[in-house]
Design a binder for this molecule. Structure first.
Ligand SMILES: [Mg+2]
Length: 232
């Protein structure tokens, strides 16, 4: 359980917590596999791409620009260096299309932020590319409810400790809401702050984790973002 009396700052994860994101990546992965279909069967292309994504995280971090480089490197591997200039262009265009995708807010996201912002300091804490993540927040229309946007290169304990220090609050006064056990829940609980897990229909395999084994101290699982309004 979470001691709600303590909470001063509520921090929302962005992708797949406030709006759809992973669904768009899945669609782009499908398009990539179709593009590679004359070299290799789609399930094999997908596996090579996924391996490339994880392998490259220490070099590139997260986001669409990194994903485009992953697709290009995977295509070079799949085509054994024979990919054409036209295919290279098509992969770059898949990335540009992804960057321009409209922001589709989850049901209840805006109303939840609107209501909670009257009582709490609301911030967004996301990871990945600074420009890409900031643009998504601005395009979401949610900026008017936010007092701060935090873009981290990695959502780990060190990054959250720094954030809480900058917010000038105690860990027990911080509540993180997100869809990733690995990034939004475990590092936050590890430093004595609070976390609410809201599973998303689509979550990147890299962010997946088992929430069933998490002790209930400072932790809750909800089905929908709008349930926060009644809780807080
Ligand atoms: Mg997320």
């Amino acid at each position: 359980m979470i001691n709600l009396k303590n909470i001063k700052v509520i921090s929302f994860d962005a992708d797949d917590t406030l709006w759809q994101n992973e669904k768009l990546f899945r669609k782009t992965e499908c398009d990539f596999c179709k593009l590679m279909a004359h070299y290799i069967e789609p399930t094999k292309a997908l596996k090579i791409l996924w391996n490339m994504e994880v392998k490259n995280i220490p070099c590139y971090g997260y986001g669409i620009k990194a994903f485009v480089l992953d697709m290009l490197e995977a295509a070079l591997k799949i085509s054994k260096g024979k990919m054409t200039a036209a295919e290279t262009k098509q992969i770059i265009n898949l990335g540009k299309k992804l960057i321009k995708s409209p922001i589709v807010l989850f049901e209840g996201a805006e109303n939840t932020l609107k209501k909670l912002s009257k009582k709490y300091k609301i911030i967004v804490t996301t990871k990945g590319d600074l420009l890409e993540q900031e643009n998504k927040v601005y395009r979401s229309g949610l900026i008017k409810y936010l007092r701060h946007i935090e873009v981290m290169s990695e959502k780990n304990k060190t990054s959250y400790v720094r954030l809480i220090k900058e917010l000038n609050i105690k860990p027990k006064e911080f509540l993180m809401v997100g869809n990733s056990v690995k990034s939004d829940i475990l590092p936050v609980l590890a430093l004595g702050a609070n976390a609410v897990f809201i599973p998303s229909q689509f979550t990147w395999f890299y962010e997946d984790g088992d929430a069933s084994k998490i002790p209930s101290k400072n932790f809750m699982k909800l089905e929908k973002i709008s349930q926060l309004i009644k809780m807080l």
